[in-house]
Design a protein. Structure first.
Length: 243
């Protein structure tokens, strides 16, 4: 994954990019992130990037000039780019989008908004507007990290065990099944016997059923979006009978 992040606070991203999977992906050249400080493109002695809104109102608005100049600086090379504005008005980010981005041939540009909003003219530069949820956060930096992390995990070689991607929540379209490790018994709580049986078919069936059960209990809205097999329908019937 290759991306440029336009931000006023690059240190927010640096901290996360230098840890865990993102750090290892960068070391393997599987993730290339260039942080661009928008304030470097602001004019005047105070490098002001915001101003009061026309028409009045609370808060400040991100000025267009520094954002346009920052984008112009990226045109120095001919690498194709997809420009994404991180905004609560955008399309909700999900696993399907992460998978599509992982296959994207262009370099990404993430514009991290701040203040009450951005000057509307900035939207003439973007290809897509994306939100990570129906809530308000201080700026787009955390949203950019969420997307970068989700997409990087799907890049071949980024994870030590590629099969773990297939088993994660939402990769099936369902929530994840329960996980257990040693010790076998802890504070009178035991690992389900089926996981100790060595019967891989039975284990797979148990995990699928538990994933369906958790999804029905916690995110029933997802069930209608999954292509259910005949076995899934049978497992759902069992879950309802047991309930």
């Amino acid at each position: 994954m290759k991306c440029d992040v336009l931000t006023l606070f690059p240190d927010i991203l640096t901290a996360c990019l230098n840890e865990s999977i993102l750090k290892r992906a960068r070391e393997k050249n599987l993730l290339d992130v260039k942080l661009i400080n928008i304030r470097d493109f602001a004019s005047g002695p105070h490098r002001q990037v915001d101003d009061a809104p026309y028409g009045g109102g609370a808060g400040m608005v991100f000025k267009p000039e520094p954002l346009f100049r920052a984008m112009d600086s990226l045109k120095e090379d001919s690498e194709p780019r997809k420009v994404i504005l991180l905004s609560p008005q955008g399309s909700p980010f999900n696993q399907s989008m992460a998978e599509a981005y992982a296959k994207e041939g262009r370099r990404f540009v993430f514009i991290c908004g701040r203040y009450e909003g951005i000057d509307e003219r900035v939207r003439t530069m973007i290809d897509e507007e994306v939100s990570i949820g129906d809530y308000v956060i201080t700026g787009g930096e955390l949203a950019a990290l969420v997307i970068i992390d989700a997409v990087t995990r799907l890049v071949p070689g980024a994870l030590g065990d590629e099969k773990s991607i297939e088993d994660e929540s939402f990769s099936w379209g369902l929530l994840d099944y329960p996980h257990y490790t040693r010790p076998r018994e802890f504070r009178e709580m035991e690992v389900p016997q089926v996981l100790l049986s060595g019967d891989h078919k039975a284990i797979w069936r148990w995990r699928r059923k538990e994933a369906l059960k958790r999804t029905i209990q916690k995110r029933p809205d997802l069930i209608g979006k999954v292509a259910l097999s005949d076995l899934d329908k049978k497992l759902i019937s069992e879950i309802k009978e047991e309930a």
